[in-house]
Design a protein around this ligand. Structure first.
Ligand SMILES: [Zn+2]
Length: 466
């Protein structure tokens, strides 16, 4: 078959770095369980000739008949081919430091990442999907699949459904896009899809390269060993880079970016473990820029206390939350917002200002202000009994009661991250995290995550006493 000569690669793009176009053929559609049978790479660099590499791969499993028919890659063809283990060094050299480019890149990236993972090695790269590039450059086109792209640009001569053929077709698409778009447009389109972060000035040039695509906690450091900022993420790589991508920089990010010298990260098995680790580390290390922490310190509850038949709500900071959670309402982000909530409930249910403690009577049976304007049933001037008022107060605020802990004693939540083969078992009691058998102080983020997760996947929690 005639292999078409690729047109020159757009110089405007090489200003963004090297580009490694890749395509894989596989035994099926699932990156976690199916295997790679062929890989092709074409790498473009600013000052070198394009480099081409391809290899059949022995997947170690049989290729299903329908896949053999689609790709033309048979069991016989891969029998004497090298395994992924044998080509991994060469492949890593070809992909290292380059943008990983593929048509429907999630597929190819997922397979390559998992093949490396099976060898106990991590692989991460900046990924450019040419389906998304096609959508961006040709928003009105009918389709963006490889066949549609080939026919739209009148490209031909590719050995379709083989790795090198599809890699060449993808490359040809990007090269031909130069005919329709200026270098600036092409550069801007690729840059926006890559969300290239502007690296903080004092950070090593490759500081963002090895961040894993895993949940976890990250720490930003300045000139000494005190962290400037500690954060958690469901996807470390994406989250950390988002701090420095121009579209999302907050004033805090800009300050951080000027001060930071070094990044550290600690992968976890999931969101829960990341959140707990973050909460602990923030308390221990006291980073300068964790504004959210200061807000969390004001979180608290109302506790309903009865004295002589009168129910009174008393403010309770989260740190002072008692073990038994009865007659506790909230959590509220701070005392002022708790009071505002109570005033609204009082107005709606025509409760008494004096009995709620909003005002003090100067004489016995003096009507409260709400009574004077007809918004109080009159517990203040004796028109309503204190007991009846208390009952109505309980009713008015019932919806905000802190729910009873649904287990007898502590419960465990198991987290597992199959992509990184990491597991964690987390213990909770009375809406609080536990560490080494001891209950940690109430943390509103842990509480919210517990409520949310129990609502969706209650079955993943299991009482320890069972
Ligand atoms: Zn009143």
């Amino acid at each position: 078959m005639l292999i078409p000569t690729p047109p020159p690669f757009p110089t405007a793009l090489l200003a963004l770095g090297d580009f490694a176009f890749i395509d894989v053929e596989t035994t099926g559609m699932k990156p976690l369980t199916d295997r790679v049978t062929e890989i092709a790479v074409i790498r473009f660099s600013a000052h070198r000739e394009p480099e081409r590499w391809q290899s059949l791969i022995n997947p170690g499993v049989a290729i299903p008949a329908e896949i053999q028919a689609l790709t033309g890659i048979t069991n016989a063809m891969v029998r004497n081919a090298p395994s992924f283990f044998e080509v991994r060094g060469e492949l890593r050299r070809l992909l290292e430091g380059a943008v990983f480019v593929a048509h429907n890149a999630r597929f190819d990236y997922g397979f390559i990442k998992n093949e490396f993972r099976r060898q106990g090695e991590a692989f991460t790269a900046d990924v450019l999907c040419t389906v998304r590039l096609s959508r961006k450059l040709y928003p009105d086109a009918d389709g963006h699949g490889l066949d549609a792209v080939i026919s739209r640009h009148r490209l031909s001569g590719f050995d379709r459904h083989r790795a090198m053929g599809d890699t060449e077709a993808t490359t040809a698409f990007v090269c031909h896009a130069q005919h329709d778009h200026s270098p600036d447009t092409l550069h801007a389109a690729v840059k926006s899809l890559l969300k290239t972060p502007s690296l903080p000035a004092n950070l090593a040039i490759n500081a963002l390269a090895d961040i894993p695509d895993s949940p976890g906690v990250y720490l930003f450091y300045g000139i000494n060993d005190l962290p400037l900022y500690i954060g958690k993420a469901k996807h470390l790589r994406e989250r950390i880079r988002a701090h420095f991508s121009n579209d999302h920089m907050t004033p805090n990010d800009i300050r951080l970016s000027q001060e930071m010298r070094r990044i550290e990260w600690l992968p976890t098995a999931g969101e829960f473990s990341a959140l707990l680790l973050e909460a602990q580390m923030v308390k221990e290390r006291m980073p300068l820029h964790n504004v959210k922490l200061r807000r969390r310190e004001k979180v608290g509850f109302f506790q309903l206390l009865e004295t002589e038949g009168n129910a009174l709500l008393q403010w309770l900071s989260a740190a002072n939350l008692p073990d038994a959670h009865t007659d506790i309402f909230g959590p509220f982000s701070d005392k002022a917002s708790a009071k505002k909530w109570l005033m609204l409930a009082a107005r709606e249910h025509q409760l008494c200002d004096h009995l709620l403690g909003f005002s003090k009577p100067r004489a016995t049976n003096e009507p409260c202000f709400a009574r004077q304007v007809g918004r109080c049933f009159g517990a203040c001037d004796g028109s309503e009994t204190v007991a009846a008022h208390s009952d109505r107060l309980r009713e008015a605020i019932a919806a905000n009661a802190l729910p009873a802990w649904p287990f007898t004693g502590p419960a465990v939540y198991e987290e597992f991250d199959p992509a990184n083969d990491r597991a964690d078992a987390l213990e909770f009691d009375q809406w609080c995290a536990m560490s080494g058998g001891t209950r940690l102080p109430f943390d509103v983020d842990v509480y919210r995550l517990l409520r949310r997760t129990m609502g969706k996947t209650a079955s993943r929690f299991r009482a320890i006493s069972d």
